[in-house]
Design a protein around this ligand. Sequence first.
Ligand SMILES: *[C@@H]1O[C@H](CO)[C@@H](O)[C@H](O)[C@H]1NC(C)=O
Ligand SMILES: *[C@@H]1O[C@H](CO)[C@@H](O)[C@H](O)[C@H]1NC(C)=O
Ligand SMILES: *[C@@H]1O[C@H](CO)[C@@H](O)[C@H](O)[C@H]1NC(C)=O
Ligand SMILES: *[C@@H]1O[C@H](CO)[C@@H](O)[C@H](O)[C@H]1NC(C)=O
Ligand SMILES: *[C@@H]1O[C@H](CO)[C@@H](O)[C@H](O)[C@H]1NC(C)=O
Ligand SMILES: *[C@@H]1O[C@H](CO)[C@@H](O)[C@H](O)[C@H]1NC(C)=O
Ligand SMILES: *[C@@H]1O[C@H](CO)[C@@H](O)[C@H](O)[C@H]1NC(C)=O
Length: 493
Amino acid sequence: MLEKWIGVLLLLLVGTFTNGLGAFVGVNIGTDVSDLPSETEMVAILKAHQITHVRLYVADAHMLRALSDSGIEVILGVTNEEVLGIGESPSAAAAWVNKNVAAYLPSTNITAIAVGSEVLTQIPHASPVLVSAMNYLHKALVATNLNFQVKVSTPQSMDVIPKAFPPSTATFDPSWNSTVFQILQFLKNTNSYYMLNAYPYYGYTKGDGIFPIDYALFQPLPSVKQIVDPNTLFHYNSMFDAMVDATYYSIQALNFTGISVVVTESGWPWLGGSNEPDANAENAETYINNLIRRVLNDSGPPSHPTFPINTYIYELFNEDKRPGPVSEKNWGVLFTNGSAVYPLTLSSSYPSGNSSGIFCVAKTDADPDKLQDGLNWACGQGQADCTLIQQGHGCYLPDTLVNHASYAYNDYYQRMRSVGGTCDFDGTAKTTTVDPSYGSCKFSGSSNSSTIGGLSPISAIAPSSPVGGWSSNLKVSKLQYIILAAFLPLFLF
Ligand SMILES: *[C@@H]1O[C@H](CO)[C@@H](O)[C@H](O)[C@H]1NC(C)=O
Ligand SMILES: *[C@@H]1O[C@H](CO)[C@@H](O)[C@H](O)[C@H]1NC(C)=O
Ligand SMILES: *[C@@H]1O[C@H](CO)[C@@H](O)[C@H](O)[C@H]1NC(C)=O
Ligand SMILES: *[C@@H]1O[C@H](CO)[C@@H](O)[C@H](O)[C@H]1NC(C)=O
Ligand SMILES: *[C@@H]1O[C@H](CO)[C@@H](O)[C@H](O)[C@H]1NC(C)=O
Ligand SMILES: *[C@@H]1O[C@H](CO)[C@@H](O)[C@H](O)[C@H]1NC(C)=O
Ligand SMILES: *[C@@H]1O[C@H](CO)[C@@H](O)[C@H](O)[C@H]1NC(C)=O
């Protein structure tokens, strides 16, 4: 059984060289969901959770458009149904690239094409043309001069590595030798990376008790139960690290070096049937939060300590329409209304800085006209500093009303809260303890912002109006704040 425990699960690890940039955690977006939000709502949810990397299984035009100018990087999937056609026809590959990739770059930041999903084990009949499909897609990218921006790879499951422990002796299943060899040669030649789907959930549940659950969940192991590779004497703190390392050693066994591994899928179901006791919310919360912490510590697995393990969580929403056992439908980390299934922090700045703790943001479902009025007012009479939401500045993207209003509302609120400024804006705003900062866009009041709380001197009494101007919709209460905004600093400084 030992030889089987991990093999069942190893998925594709796709590695990228992000030396110095730090590792990231992304999210897979499956769409077999009965109440799937609109594409715009999904992007708003991604932004609200500060998700910076996503993988789409299907090239959906609406979603690709909604992701434009979001700052979110995208791995775009070729479906298993499409692999055969593309693998047999360079012109089909070119058409696919033109329609789904070239048409959206650069505003939608597609950085990789994932050719199929676990092709070798899911649709073995297509494996003879898999590398052709990758080659044709790559050539189409070269033809459109996009090959430096967009990598081509193919996610594989851990099943292609039948005996994954100890990692140092792991090899790809010999029956896949020639295909795997060609894949690795392609990845090496095109400076791409290996995509791995790695599921300790399956490694544990199919391991018949060989491995303690704590090992699968990244929990500390008692010293007598440490998992050590007898050949290298490396300690494996987690099954996840062992899966990644088994992949590195398997690649090495075919004499390839310098190909990094990126985990394109990893997760834990939070609900299962009566025969799936390990699929529960407590384990899922433990696994996902420990996974995020593990990845964001930037270190690699024992054999490649300087190769960060960039990882995409499986998955954003429960896919209730998927066939199979109960657990198959319950891998989501968020509900479709955007709230988390269990407490988690997806932001790559994990753990997010705590600070004054309260932020004011726009409601995503607010009436757009009211939001525009609120934004105009905040940046005008409210005297929020709206520089960063101007084009070319750090908080301009995503270029949406909700994002700009959130920034402006919050800046106003941080300045004026202590003197009675409220977070209302005609019902279009709400307070939150989640720091809305993302990337280089730091919201006022964030622990890393230079404008933490407090009032900054306002140079002129006359309201300046960097964006928009006076809103005719002002209420009396807001007029009072105008007066406060204009005069209080004079008393306080
Ligand atoms: C797209 O992502 C790449 C890779 O991280 C990054 O270098 C590039 O600046 C991004 N492009 C845009 C337009 O955001
Ligand atoms: C596959 O590669 C392994 C390692 O190089 C080798 O031992 C094995 O004989 C190969 N199998 C086939 C079918 O080529
Ligand atoms: C890898 O390289 C070693 C040393 O050059 C050689 O002995 C071995 O046969 C090679 N293995 C494969 C699978 O090419
Ligand atoms: C990062 O994670 C690795 C693997 O679990 C662990 O060995 C290392 O101590 C961690 N480093 C830090 C700084 O937490
Ligand atoms: C979101 O949906 C979940 C599941 O339906 C529900 O439990 C939760 O209360 C909802 N949250 C909000 C903020 O509406
Ligand atoms: C604050 O910013 C600095 C420099 O950009 C960064 O090194 C640090 O991790 C940030 N801290 C938090 C809590 O975001
Ligand atoms: C954040 O919160 C933790 C736990 O409450 C506390 O130990 C830490 O000092 C806080 N850090 C900041 C920057 O407020």
